[in-house]
Design a protein around this ligand. Sequence first.
Ligand code: GDP
Ligand code: MG
Length: 457
Amino acid sequence: MPETVLTPAIRDEIARLGKADIMVGIPSFKNAATIGYVVRASQAGLVQYFPDLRPVVVNSDAGSPDGTGRVVVETEPPDYVERILLVRARNKLSRVSLTYPEIDGSGGKGAALRTIFEIAAALEVQALVVVDSDLRSILPEWIELLAGPILKGGYDFVAPLYSRHKHDGTITNTVTYPLTRALYGLRIRQPIGGDFGVSGDLVRRYLEAPGWTPDVSKFGIDVWMTTTALAGGFAVCQARLGAKVHDPKDPGADLGPMFRQVVGTILRMAVANPEHWLGVRGSHDVPAYGFERHADPPPLEINVLRLLSEFHAGSLTMTETWRSMLASGTADEIMALAGEAGRVAGVVRDRFGMDRPSGETASTAAMAEAAAAFHFPDDLWARVVYDLVIAAREKPEAVDARVASLVPVYFGRVASLVIENRELTTERAEDHVERQAREFERLKPYLVERWSKGAGA
Ligand SMILES: Nc1nc2c(ncn2[C@@H]2O[C@H](COP(=O)(O)OP(=O)(O)O)[C@@H](O)[C@H]2O)c(=O)[nH]1
Ligand SMILES: [Mg+2]
């Protein structure tokens, strides 16, 4: 476990703040354009819903050159709570922005959160709420939804539950949701949602827990937090937050590194915690707090042609790695499917007259329609992921390289889901996510059998 070396500035800040009851922590990296909104909503939520508690808002920033930190300290809370509801906070609301130190040479969202955990523990808060700085849909109520179950219900970990556009959240939908559910038996729909509530007890556990790798200092942090809560037997619930609207990302262009960090982390934790999942069959619902909402998140464009082309290209350069980590039947099926992806990509390119896999001119729906012949079966994807768990145990030093080699296969899987969901509402597309999660559960004996056979190896 790394010892966090808090900078003198952070120590001074802790000394100045003294103690607090509830803290909102916000990691950031060049979010000047959006963080003010998040800070205003957080402050309003703290004042409106917890007027008797000692509140603090802490922004843990990467040293952003765009003035993110300045926006945080200059953003005042709205005055309507006091003027209209006549609710006056009993305690002064402190608002700080700090630059977090790297951890063993690695910086990123996880390192930012570690500083937030350190501060929360030092201030002895009862509840910590973490929210992303690129949120467009946060409301003051989110603070109550994420902290309420901890302060009033005795929960330790509150995971978010939101409607996301059918093409958003692809790492969640293809790996973290179905794998977390099948391994640990709890249906946490957004294990890496980014917006969480954490009890003081769980914050202290985070500071002591093992397995803090360089990936955890980056985007591995969210699944590390969720899995640590599950493996530690902490009381977990979800909170219905409505829609998640944030800076969009196209999987083929933006999500490769994030996939490596998240999936590398979930695999390492599965390998480290077999006693928490080997005996688990099926899954249970996780209680959800908050009234249901019908929100329509804005559409997200996905370049299907790029996803298919990358899957095919991967099969030309990664053959050996794929064969070294996948069961031989699985590898054969993946190679054949990658060939099919290449063929369909050719059809799409011909249809839209594009000689390079940029595809910027065609819409997601049009490209998906042209690629309708491509299909990546659920059971094949589940076996790929399970083979990867086995491979992570066999050769821990190769996890990074193997997960990296899997990125094109993930692109193929995402392409298939985008194609399959092209005409569906976000609500109906959800059925496919559930179908795939059930497939992970159905095939869990395959994982357990391979794991048990390897026990003496
Ligand atoms: N401090 C810090 N925060 C980061 C870094 N990278 C991302 N974040 C923050 O982590 C949150 C989630 O990042 P984002 O890129 O929106 O990821 P996604 O929404 O989960 O796909 C946002 O608040 C980012 O500002 C980083 O390198 N350092
Ligand atoms: Mg985001």
